[in-house]
Design a protein around this ligand. Structure first.
Ligand SMILES: [Zn+2]
Length: 327
């Protein structure tokens, strides 16, 4: 019997089902137990039951990243079973807050970014309203084992090497079974979709109180390149079916970002100096709701970062708004 079992769990989110994995062996481990959402919990309990386990048997919980569809239920399960929760040390602030946004000062940082990006009046209020609705899908959880790049951790009788793979979130981890050639990839590498390099922030290194925007897409691309260098037999993703041939999937993702960079530059060619929000509306006119528009803005800002680093695009501040134009 394979020791890694995929348990697809329904979610109420546009992404569809999320994968939990049960690692059978010592210690009995669940990876990403899904959101606080009755149908997901039911599917998880059923899945455990089919393999002869109950939630209270769990000894360890691995979390790949602090997004509610993956970690929401972890706090409840840990309380019920006494399982140790293992997550990235840098995820602790978000996991403890059980909100979509966990860093102190993050709301202000996002408001400032939206203003700089030329978002219309009232957009940030609508965005925070839609986010606060997601808070019910998670309870706060404390990480007992704080993981960082290079750590090793036991789960299901296997030794997993921890890879810090920022990009989709700054706290994203992958867990590598070197002997078995298997990778728990979370949302860093998915079989069917390019994962969004979401806008995110970190504390300034000089201790200033303001938060600094991460260059999320640059980080994601570096993480993907790193994964391509691994010798893998199978990738166990956070959504969708497990897959092999990970190098061709990584290549496809990298080509996708190259193409999108061209498209973003194309939009600027037709327009002259333009704020990021306008570029996002031009590229993704179908995104009508605040979350969809924020994802579109994330996508565009990531590509504008790359184009700026390439010297293709120039950014200049016009009052409180950043305008982008072809260099
Ligand atoms: Zn996800």
């Amino acid at each position: 019997m394979p020791r890694v079992h995929r348990l697809p769990l329904p979610t109420p989110f546009p992404v569809g089902p999320v994968n939990a994995y049960l690692l059978v062996g010592d210690p009995l481990t669940v990876v990403d137990p899904g959101p606080v959402y009755a149908p997901a919990r039911e599917a998880l309990v059923k899945g455990l039951g089919r393999l002869g386990f109950r939630p209270r048997d769990l000894e360890r919980i691995f979390l790949t990243h602090p997004h509610v569809d993956h970690y929401g239920l972890a706090g409840e399960l840990a309380a019920e079973s006494g399982a140790e929760v293992a997550a990235a040390a840098v995820a602790a602030a978000r996991l403890g807050a059980a909100g979509v946004r966990g860093l102190e000062g993050e709301r202000e940082a996002i408001e400032e970014l939206l203003a700089r990006s030329g978002a219309p009046e009232g957009f940030s209020t609508a965005l925070f309203e839609s986010w606060s609705g997601a808070d019910v899908f998670a309870v706060p959880v404390k990480a007992d084992l704080c993981l960082a790049e290079g750590d090793v951790i036991e789960g299901g009788g296997v030794t997993w090497r921890v890879l810090h793979t920022p990009g989709h979130s700054p706290a994203s981890l992958c867990f590598l079974d070197e002997a078995g050639g298997r990778l728990l990839s979370g949302d860093t590498l998915l079989p069917h979709i390019s994962s969004n390099a979401l806008v995110d922030f970190r504390r300034a290194e000089d201790g200033r109180p303001t938060l600094v925007r991460e260059r999320s897409l640059e980080a994601l691309i570096a993480s993907l390149r790193r994964l391509a260098d691994l010798e893998l037999r199978e990738v166990l993703p956070g959504h969708g079916e497990p897959f092999g041939g990970h190098r061709s999937v990584v290549d496809e993702r990298l080509r996708h970002h190259e193409r999108r960079k061209e498209t973003v530059a194309e939009v600027l060619r037709g327009r002259g100096p333009c704020p990021a929000f306008q570029v996002a509306l031009a590229l993704f006119p179908e995104q009508g709701d605040p979350m969809g528009r924020f994802l579109a803005l994330s996508e565009v800002l990531g590509h504008l970062d790359l184009l700026e680093a390439d010297g293709v695009v120039r950014r200049h501040a016009d009052g409180g708004v950043d305008l982008y134009s072809l260099a």
